[in-house]
Design a protein around this ligand. Structure first.
Ligand code: NAP
Length: 339
């Protein structure tokens, strides 16, 4: 494996932003990964695991350690009655895996269609969309525990999955995901309860959609709402959706009666941040200099030209401050800052 020096990271991030990595390598197998981590330990420099670069904002000065780009490949399918165990290596493209499973008629990933990034990143933030989360189908995650220098198979219950988070986010730098094993179903149910999905099928006059039609629906909805990463520099939704107390939700509903909220349980309520940013703060489709938000989705920050990480950070901070001023809600980035 070759370890290169001073490699510009903007070419590896969907934001198309980021200064140089002091060192950079591509890990195609476990030996490469061990070698790269050994190099970081020997040199006493940090390492950063790079997947699809679709959920990060790399600083303009770059990264002072070694960036390890995960390119381990391979997918296996093992049938067990109605279950099919799908094991995919960390470097596989997430949506190609979803497409392949839907083509095989397997239920479980369809609502997670078109989420950018790699398989290795999927359990880290417990990707979720339209009422499904990867934790619903994960059986285990095979990792390298960097602290203990050993490989481990973590069961679903070990991974501390919660809304867009996991053990891997709680202890950053400790685990490197090598592969995930999910259990998909040959005969399964579909989850089409979300408004956007319902509206899609009622417009198309489809009462009982097929698995493939649900994937097509999610792909079309996302394509309409989100920018094409081949056209725009972006990392998708920049902020996490917000969960607040019932009391806070009642206060907001009184102020914004048109806003649609969803109960998480009898104490907590999900607030649609995109709606707040758009209707309460006027942030949809704004553009100033090189940066702005997308015309169809205010949660999405865009690099409209040769934006710097600083310009994106400044806009994000302005959004954080405005949301707080208007609603008293604190919002947090979903995108990870790398510096
Ligand atoms: P949206 O569908 O307008 O939903 C906004 C908020 O309302 C979200 O918090 C969503 O919860 C909640 N919600 C909507 N319908 C619901 C229902 N029927 N039951 C329970 N909760 C409901 O959001 P959007 O911004 O256009 O995004 C579409 C989907 O993609 C959402 O599910 C969103 O979470 C997901 N997404 C995921 C990621 C990621 O994994 N990193 C990034 C961007 C968007 P949920 O968030 O629990 O769905």
């Amino acid at each position: 494996m070759t370890i290169q020096e001073k490699i510009l990271l903007n070419q590896y991030t969907t934001f198309r932003i980021g200064g140089p990595a002091r060192f950079f390598c591509v890990a195609q197998n476990e030996d490469d990964l061990i070698e790269a981590i050994g190099f970081s330990k020997k040199k006493k420099i940090p390492f950063f695991i790079l997947g699809g670069g679709s959920n990060i904002l790399v600083s303009d000065v770059g990264f002072p350690g070694i960036v390890i780009k995960m390119e381990m490949k391979g997918v296996t399918y093992a049938e067990d009655g109605n279950d099919v165990r799908v094991t995919a290596a960390a470097g596989e493209n997430w949506d190609s895996l979803v497409q392949a499973t839907v083509d095989r008629g397997l239920f479980g990933f369809e609502n997670l269609s078109l989420i950018p990034g790699t398989v290795g990143a999927a359990p880290v933030q417990n990707i979720g969309a339209y009422g499904s989360e990867i934790k619903d189908v994960i059986e285990s995650v095979y990792v390298l525990d960097v602290l203990k220098d050993e490989y481990k198979t973590l069961k679903n219950s070990d991974c501390k999955f919660a809304y867009r988070t996991s053990l891997f986010k709680e202890e950053p730098g400790r685990y490197v995901v090598l592969s995930t094993t999910c259990i998909l179903k040959k005969k399964g149910g579909l989850n089409i309860g979300y408004k956007d999905v319902q509206e899609y099928f009622s417009f198309k006059k489809i009462k009982e959609p097929t698995l493939k039609q649900v994937r097509d629906a999610v792909v079309e909805i996302r394509t309409r709402k989100l920018p094409d990463i081949r056209e725009y520099g972006t990392a998708g939704s920049f902020f996490k959706n917000v969960i607040v107390s019932q009391t806070k939700a009642q206060e907001l509903i009184a102020k914004y009666p048109e806003m649609i909220v969803h109960a998480v349980n009898d104490k907590k309520v999900k607030i649609p941040l995109a709606w707040i940013l758009d209707h309460a703060c006027g942030f949809r489709g704004v553009k100033k200099g090189n940066v702005g938000t997308y015309k169809n989705q205010a949660l999405v920050l865009i690099n409209y030209g040769n934006a710097t990480a600083q310009e994106i950070t400044d806009l994000a901070q302005k959004m954080v401050d405005t949301v707080y001023e208007k609603t008293g809600i604190e919002i947090f980035p979903e995108v990870e800052y790398v510096q």
